[in-house]
Design a protein around this ligand. Sequence first.
Ligand SMILES: [Zn+2]
Length: 297
Amino acid sequence: MPELPEVETIKNDLSKKIIDLEIKNVETDWPKLFKGPDFENHKKTIAGKKIIGVERRAKNLLIELSDNKTLLIHLKMTGHLLITDENIEIKHNKFVVDPNSPLSDPNNQFIHVVWHLTNNKKMAFSDLRKFGNISILDKEQLQEYLLRYGPEPLEDDFNYQKFACLLGKKKTGIKKFLMDQTKIAGIGNIYADEILFDAKIHPERDATDFSEEEKKALFDSIKKILKKAVELRGTSVSDFRDTEGKKGAYGDVRLVYRKTGENCPDSCDGKVKRIVVGGRGTHFCPKCQLNPPERSK
Ligand SMILES: [Zn+2]
């Protein structure tokens, strides 16, 4: 699933490419992606609207429109947005792209929605699993929707005091805590594993049971890993692509995520192990990231 760095990458791209353009029309072969209003009403509402800004909150993309409305896109499992001026035509109720186009990368070929913009631009939504969530919200609805999210970890006001306060409250596994969007926004499975390795903390440790030193290490790792992943334009180990259809580079320098059996990146002579935590595949070094009973040995 695209996490904070991937959604931020798309947001930064869109900010350079679609601001001040107008939405002329929209087509889909999968109307179920439209969660409110339904596709027919989405089409009526969005035609003629100008794009005035693009923001990210948690893993949501917020495309601000000229009439105080926001086009909200949650990429969910496998969604990403592509910007192109190539022709995309519908054949047999499927979008067909030119085989020479960069969009023809297999991961970009699950195009289920195209917004036609002025200047011959198209914004296409590629989504293999079709779990994406597209809606249009007015200011009040948007505010209410965003209330569910915890603080943005890369904002300056997300400081160590705030983080330590959040951590101390309820007994819960630390990986689960990091992925809980109501606690901290934007961290998912990939970056939780990366952050915990960087801080040398076992993914099953209890979030209320850390020393001051460990809390500080964890806080620093959250900022460091997420910043680095944004700079490198996200992780494309599976299907994520940027708005040109290209891969992000964080996957090339990642520490443990999906590296089962490989040597520990810190050369401790351990090997990356995969376990399941809260139903999610979890990667860590059993020698550097010890569980509490092992710590006291
Ligand atoms: Zn290690």
